[in-house]
Design a protein. Sequence first.
Length: 262
Amino acid sequence: MQTGARAELAGPHSVAPECAKRDRAGRGKRPVFAPFCGISGICDWTELAPGGHCLTMPHDHSDHPHALLPPDPALRVKALETILTRKGLIDPAALDEIIDTYQTKVGPQNGARVVARAWSDPAFKAALLADADPVLSELGYYGRQGEHMVVVENTPEQHNMVVCTLCSCYPWPLLGIPPGWYKSDAYRARAVRAPRAVLSEFGVTLPEGTRVRVWDSTAEVRYLVLPMRPEGSEGLDEDALAALVTRDSMVGTGLPKTPEAP
Ligand code: FE
């Protein structure tokens, strides 16, 4: 299926312009501009189109993966939107409402409110950790991509980190749309293989004795990390606490901010 998707994007007879320029000499290994990843390298093109152009067939390099996205996704999205609107299959007003929802109403501020409340209210926290769905639903945080939530608590003994190794499953009602890095091949592969290395690249260094547990999201289950309440935050109200909670701290790739000294 992935190969099909690549073939559809590439088109089996399309020509990479950079490749065509450098490719008159014949077959074999030669430097090209890889059209999907934008990285110049050595490709082993074995098929040539008439005129000596090489074909941009889907392929991989040993030193870097090719992304599936075209160079400018925004253009592709606009083209699709135009076609679907002209065919009467979508309503632009409905699209605007969806975009507004995810730009202004749904985002990490929702998750931050939940975390701040859990830091302030032990009974709420216990209920959240025991069975998150009814607690979150009562607050209005439910719906698409957030149907089956599990909240995992960071402690001095265990730091939790969330990934979706298969694609990009993410708790939209609580955190909004996932950031680009969460969907990247590198994060999805390395979060499970070398979580401490990934954490250090995010600027998170944990004590030696802290275990790292990685949770792999699925289409069924989404995770929210409940970070540890930062030192110095005693006495802050829920609004002030929520301001300390970052998106990454709820994915496990970051820590909450520490309160500024008065
Ligand atoms: Fe996924």
